[in-house]
Design a protein around this ligand. Structure first.
Ligand SMILES: Cc1cc2nc3c(=O)[nH]c(=O)nc-3n(C[C@H](O)[C@H](O)[C@H](O)COP(=O)(O)OP(=O)(O)OC[C@H]3O[C@@H](n4cnc5c(N)ncnc54)[C@H](O)[C@@H]3O)c2cc1C
Length: 349
């Protein structure tokens, strides 16, 4: 994925790499719900893992070794090379030695203590014969002692005053006091961590679509964001999520949600061919594109009272993007739309 190279940049001072490779071991495995398994990773190296502040929707890469093979030596590939060349070297390995790289969210991290650990909640998307993608199959069988490599933020670079914001966190509501969070099961870890970090003066809605009623989990939050779980059952993926968002953010006039005045529709957003590219549109990326172009910037992102964060299966996210941007007229600079996975397609790399 391209964000591997994007986040592998160095700090302004060019002294500290923004990301490091962490060779970690599974220290605990917990069946959370019918379709979620929490895997705790530990290792002294995780002392160097972290961001300045809450992890929110912090994403990491997990390199899963092929069965019976050791983890590729990503730390060795990173040492001494240009900030992103390790990725090309990793891609150049034989498939068996390379393993599989997948993207996950840090559900919780305890890296400052004597036994540094992070938790990752894996969705087990397996068919009736227990077959899924490499990450899902690995998570279903994982046991304490198993090893993977995690690529994630270098805490000392994150604390450095010259460091730019780490590219692995997208949640960025700015001054918004009304928020909309919507996602499927792959976004549950991120939405949960965001809700746990929200201050008391934030309101809005969080919609979480999960495969089954038994996947509903407790999420603590000081905010007054209303949390709604949607159990999919046999319905098509995203149907309940889309209906819930349409109901919460109506056309015309999303005044009740945003407090920002009624909107009367917006422009059709450019189509994203989700078969060829990753659907990833965030205020930060739009802002950067506007700065580099001559397009009228309009109101800068982060200055409006409403902010939305949408993640999940790419076609569902694309449909929600069209609804919010074109039909409702929500400013694109106030919404992060992220395709976390694509139906029928393995993650690139
Ligand atoms: C920023 C980010 C954060 C993410 N955080 C998490 C997280 O915390 N927890 C989590 O479980 N996932 C998370 N995901 C999604 C995860 O990366 C994908 O589901 C990934 O494809 C799983 O890898 P795999 O090896 O199991 O399947 P792949 O080899 O990538 O895919 C194999 C097949 O399985 C299908 N598939 C993939 N994911 C699913 C799914 N969830 N349900 C049904 N079918 C699926 C694919 O369409 C494909 O046909 C995140 C993704 C991103 C981009």
């Amino acid at each position: 994925m391209t964000d591997v190279t994007r986040t592998a940049r160095r700090t302004a001072a060019d002294t500290e790499p923004m990301v490091l490779a962490f060779d970690v071991v599974v220290t605990a495995v917990q069946h959370l719900t019918a379709n979620f398994r929490r895997i705790t990773f530990g290792g002294a190296c995780l002392e160097a893992f972290g961001v300045a502040g809450d992890t929110l929707d912090l994403r990491i890469k997990i390199v899963i070794p092929s069965a019976g093979r050791p983890c590729p030596d990503i730390a060795g590939m990173m040492a001494g090379g240009a900030a992103s060349s390790w990725y090309q070297r990793w891609l150049g390995l034989d498939a068996e030695d390379r393993g599989a790289m997948r993207t996950y969210t840090v559900r919780d991290s305890r890296c400052a203590g004597p036994r540094p650990e992070i938790d990752v909640d894996f969705v087990l998307h397996l068919d009736g014969e227990g077959r899924g993608g490499p990450a899902s199959e690995w998570a279903a069988a994982a046991r304490p002692g198993d090893r993977v490599c995690i690529i994630g933020p270098n805490s000392s670079a994150a604390q450095c005053t010259t460091a730019g914001a780490y590219g692995g966190i997208e949640w960025s509501p700015g001054l918004a006091q009304h928020v909309l969070l919507a996602g499927d099961e792959t976004a549950v870890p991120a939405i949960s961590a965001i809700l746990e970090a929200l201050p008391a003066d934030i309101g809005g809605h969080a919609f979480l679509e999960v495969p089954d009623g038994q996947d509903i989990q407790h999420i603590g939050t000081r905010s007054s964001v209303g949390i709604t779980w949607l159990a999919r059952g046999q319905r098509p993926h995203g149907e309940l999520l889309e209906a819930a968002v349409r109901d919460a953010v109506r056309v015309p006039g999303w005044v009740s949600l945003s407090g920002a005045g009624a909107a009367s529709g917006g422009r059709e957003p450019e189509d994203v061919d989700i078969d060829r590219t990753i659907l990833w549109e965030t205020p930060q990326l739009l802002e950067a594109a506007i700065v580099q172009s001559t397009v009228n910037p309009g109101r800068p992102s982060g200055t409006q009272p409403f902010y939305a964060w949408i993640a999940g299966e790419a076609a569902v996210v694309r449909g929600l993007r069209r609804y919010l941007v074109r039909d409702v007229g929500v400013d694109r600079k106030q919404v992060a739309f992220m395709g976390y996975w694509r139906k029928g397609r393995a993650e690139l790399a």
